[in-house]
Design a binder for this molecule. Structure first.
Ligand SMILES: [Zn+2]
Length: 297
């Protein structure tokens, strides 16, 4: 404990009436000081808003400013304010020990086998725990500063490792980033993923019967014919294990083995196979596994 002001102790004769019990003396030390301020009345002020703004009570305001009443406040009038402050300022310093959570760091690793734009958590992170001892500095009971003295790590945080895909799905000689082109222009009426208790391995794109369907990227036609629920179906192999599939076509415009360029006509929208109406079912497969085409369009 430290007293911020200069306080001298000395023996002096006092009148017996000035001697006070300890608790009153303590109250005097903590609240015996008085700080006088003033306040200039602004438009729209009331005694209550002034009291609220200055941390005072209306009766105290009236006591300090005799004759003040809610009805005779004048704009620009100066009111006396005061508040109690400690007679002397007491600083205390103590040490305290607390447990503190340590956030887990995140490490990003580039992965050239993961498509660009996708991430995958390789190792889940976990927060750590430390025991921290610090010095706390208070002034009149209010914390004004802290200083770390020691830190003991009870449990080190485990880093979160995230793979960040850098693989360009399709190598592009034009440098356009290897994105896929939309095979037809239309709204996605059924997205990739869980559907009707099953799994929808592609997206359905709304388009009228007979709308031309274009190759999403250059490649080689590896399927051009009827394929079960897909009806009339075209698969194009783009290399690097990437295949696009176009289903429910009313008519096919390419042949198996044919080399196509991006945007080339491969067929026409229909509703052959398992389809309730004309639309294009479009799939992207990487090494045989369907992925969400919307990540690459
Ligand atoms: Zn579909």
């Amino acid at each position: 404990m430290d007293i911020a002001d200069r306080v001298a102790l000395r023996d002096a004769p006092v009148r017996p009436a000035d001697i006070v019990p300890l608790d009153r003396a303590l109250r005097l030390v903590l609240q015996g000081g008085r700080e006088t301020r003033s306040y200039r009345v602004r438009a729209g002020d009331t005694l209550w808003t002034i009291a609220g703004r200055t941390g005072m009570r209306v009766p105290n305001l009236q006591e300090l400013n005799p004759g003040l009443s809610p009805r005779n406040l004048a704009i620009g009038e100066v009111l006396k304010l005061s508040r109690t402050v400690p007679l002397i300022n007491v600083s205390t310093v103590y040490t305290q020990t607390q447990r503190q959570e340590l956030p887990c760091p995140v490490v990003r690793k580039k992965d050239d086998r993961l498509p660009l734009g996708l991430t995958r958590v390789l190792q889940a992170g976990r927060a750590g725990l430390a025991e921290v001892t610090e010095q706390v500095i208070c002034r009149n009971g209010q914390v004004v500063g802290r200083r770390e003295l020691t830190r003991k790590v009870l449990q080190a945080p485990r880093e979160q490792v995230v793979a960040v895909g850098t693989w360009q799905l399709l190598a592009s000689r034009s440098g356009s980033g290897g994105r896929l082109g939309w095979p037809v222009v239309g709204a996605v009426t059924s997205p990739f993923g869980a559907r009707w208790g099953g799994f929808h391995p592609g997206i359905d794109i709304a388009a009228g019967y007979g709308t031309p369907v274009d190759a999403a990227a250059p490649g080689r036609v590896v399927r051009a014919g009827w394929y079960g629920g897909y009806g009339n179906c075209v698969d194009i192999d783009h290399g690097d294990g990437v295949v696009t599939r176009y289903g429910h076509l009313s008519r096919i415009a390419v042949e198996e083995g044919e080399q196509v360029i991006k945007g080339q006509l491969v067929g026409y929208v229909g509703s052959t196979g398992f389809a309730t109406g004309p639309h294009l079912h479009f799939e992207v497969r990487i090494n045989g596994n369907p992925v969400n085409p919307e990540s690459f369009l």
